[in-house]
Structures are given as structure tokens and as C-alpha cells.
Design a protein around this ligand. Structure first.
Ligand code: GFB
Length: 313
């Protein structure tokens, strides 16, 4: 990817897209094309077709997606399957029609079976039943992977698919109903500290294990793979270590400086018991995560306080 290449970054305002934008700009890429959701609704086939015909990007990062935490996935399953299928189908097909040189598709670790052996290897895809709370989202992402592979095989495109673990960082969603666990707990502990509350409520049992990757590390890995990896096999992106939700809560509590108790709400779902990615393929390609969980959460908490008024509505 030349520094002057025309790069379309779909979803540039989200957690992942904004991190890729920062990374590309810092690396000196001069021609990054973006559109807000208002300017271009990628769920619309004619809108996507018109955009690609007019702009003819050379490279595409497909970070536009409908995403959310366990409750959002469980509450809006139709939107999660429809919006993701529509967005990715339109972008992938238009990229093929307009001769995009290379495209990076972002999947998710929830594509793997609920009870996949741990850590989860790329070969575990489609070897068992999915976690029900996010099955529609996972099915859409699996369809995206298969579409990239099918287009590569039939049309000779260069569409690569990467599977990030649970992400966090600047521009995360801090809405308590729709967010993922890490931003939700930053906000809950912060508000409990400010309001001198006695406890913070943690959903589920606290026993599930999750792996967390700072989105700046993800963006670095995406740029690395866009430049160095060519292949139809999916590539996991993670840190290779996980933590229980209870220990995550204790770590965030300490970083925020909240003195009260944790209270577990068993009325809320636990979701998958464990989702640790095997990152040996990524390591063999030559890339490793650099930001520790403590460092990343401290940075995310600073970002949250600086942007609180805007993001805590
Ligand atoms: O991050 P999260 O919403 O999604 O939840 P998943 C992870 C775990 O944290 C679950 C618990 O066991 C939650 O019950 N948890 C505890 C909380 N307190 C909270 C809280 O206040 N908010 C939230 N959100 N969770 C998502 C998928 O699964 O992961 C998506 O639904 C996607 O499709 C994403 O794959 C990465 O890790 O369970």
C-alpha cells in the first residue's frame, strides 16, 4: 500500500475505524476517504454502488458494522444480522466490481463455537454450535468470511479476514444498555465513586473469562496484515491472555479508585464461558500486542473522563 494510495476506511467514526484512521494518518497515508453514516448508508445497495463508482478506492478497510455488548446482541438480533449482512455484502461486492486491490474485513471472536477448545484456533471455525446470545451477529460475520474466501477463489480478489478479540479504547460506546463490559464497568465504577455509592452491579456470575485488546493495538495489527499478509485463511488478533469478569471488575475498581463492593446480578446472561484466541498464527507472521491491560484501561479511563459529557448520555 503506497503512501499516496486511495484508501476507503468504512466506519471511521467507530471504536475500530477511528483507531485505524489514527494509525493510517500517523503512518503517513495521505488519501483516506471517509463518509459518515449520514452521508452514506452502506446498508443501501444503490448508495454503496454510487459511492464506489464515484470514488474508485484502491484499498478498503471494512470497519463499518452494527456492534454491541451481550444485551444489545440479545435484544436486537434482527438488526445485528440484517445490518451486518447488508453492509458487508454491499462493500465486498462493490470492491470486487470496482477492482479494489486489497480489502481487510473485520470479523469477531464470537464466530467460534460456544464450547470451542481454548485457546481458539482459526481451524475451529464451523466445528460446533454458536453462543445463542450473539448467534445472529456471528452468522453474519461468518458469512462475511465465507464471502471473502469465495470471491478470492472465484474472482481472484485479495480480501483478507481478521478476527479480533474483545476490544476497548477511545470512542468506545459507554451506554450501559448497549455497551461491552469494559467500557460499562469504567462508567459504572466512575459514577459510583463520584456519587459515593456502596456497591457496583456486575452482570452475570463474574466467572466468564474474556480476552481484551486495546484498539490501538488492533489498528497496528490491521495495518501490519494489510501490508504483509495475503491469504484466504482467517487470522486471529488478540493478546493470548484472558481474565475473569470478576478480576476485570477488581482491576477497573482499583484504577478508578472506587472503595465499595461488587454485587453480581445473576438475572443477566453470562454468555460464552471463555473466548481466548490462539494468536500463534499472528505471532508467526511477526506481530505482537504491545499495550498491557492495566495501561490500556488507565488510558481508556482518562479518555472517558475527558469526553464524559459527550459519551455518557
Ligand atoms: O462484553 P460483553 O457485553 O459481551 O459481556 P460478550 C462480557 C461479559 O461481561 C458477560 C459481563 O458475561 C457479561 O454478562 N458483564 C458484567 C457485563 N457486567 C457487565 C456490564 O455492565 N455490561 C456488559 N455489557 N457486560 C459480545 C458479543 O459478547 O462480545 C458480541 O455479544 C461481540 O457479538 C463482542 O462478539 C466482542 O463478550 O459476552
Amino acid at each position: 500500500m503506497e503512501k499516496t494510495a486511495k484508501i476507503y476506511l468504512a466506519g471511521h467514526q467507530g471504536l475500530v475505524g477511528s483507531a485505524i484512521h489514527r494509525k493510517l494518518s500517523a503512518a503517513g497515508f495521505e488519501c483516506i476517504i471517509t463518509r459518515t453514516f449520514r452521508e452514506l448508508d452502506l446498508r443501501s445497495q444503490p448508495a454503496a454502488a454510487e459511492f464506489f463508482a464515484a470514488e474508485k478506492p484502491e484499498y478498503v478497510f471494512l470497519a463499518a458494522a452494527k456492534v454491541g455488548g451481550i444485551l444489545a446482541n440479545n435484544t436486537y438480533p434482527a438488526e445485528f444480522i440484517h445490518d451486518n449482512l447488508a453492509i458487508q455484502t454491499n462493500v465486498l461486492h462493490q470492491s470486487y466490481l470496482h477492482g479494489v486491490k486489497k480489502l481487510l474485513f473485520l470479523g469477531s471472536s464470537c464466530i467460534y463455537p460456544k464450547l470451542a477448545p481454548q485457546p481458539m484456533k482459526e481451524e475451529h471455525l464451523l466445528t460446533g454450535v454458536l453462543e445463542p446470545t450473539n448467534e445472529p451477529y456471528a452468522i453474519a460475520k461468518i458469512a462475511g468470511i465465507k464471502m471473502c474466501q469465495a470471491y478470492n477463489r472465484q474472482y481472484g480478489t485479495r480480501f483478507i479476514s481478521v478476527m479480533p478479540t474483545n476490544l476497548y479504547g477511545p470512542n468506545d460506546n459507554f451506554d450501559l444498555q448497549t455497551s461491552h463490559v469494559l467500557p460499562a464497568l469504567i462508567r459504572k465504577f466512575h459514577e459510583a465513586k463520584i456519587n459515593n455509592r456502596a456497591f457496583v452491579e456486575i452482570w452475570g456470575s463474574g466467572l466468564p473469562r474474556r480476552e481484551f485488546l486495546h484498539v490501538d493495538d488492533l489498528a497496528a495489527a490491521c495495518l501490519f496484515l494489510m501490508q504483509r499478509y495475503d491469504g484466504s485463511e482467517i487470522v486471529n488478533i488478540g493478546v493470548g491472555e484472558d481474565i475473569t469478569i470478576k478480576d476485570l471488575a477488581l482491576l477497573i475498581k482499583e484504577i478508578v479508585g472506587f472503595e465499595g463492593e461488587l454485587r453480581f446480578d445473576s438475572g443477566k446472561p453470562d454468555g460464552a464461558p471463555r473466548k481466548l484466541l490462539d494468536v500463534s498464527r499472528l505471532h508467526a507472521l511477526g506481530w505482537k500486542a504491545a499495550i498491557s491491560l492495566r495501561e490500556g484501561i488507565s488510558a481508556a479511563y482518562r479518555w472517558y473522563r475527558e469526553n464524559e459529557a459527550v459519551h455518557s448520555k
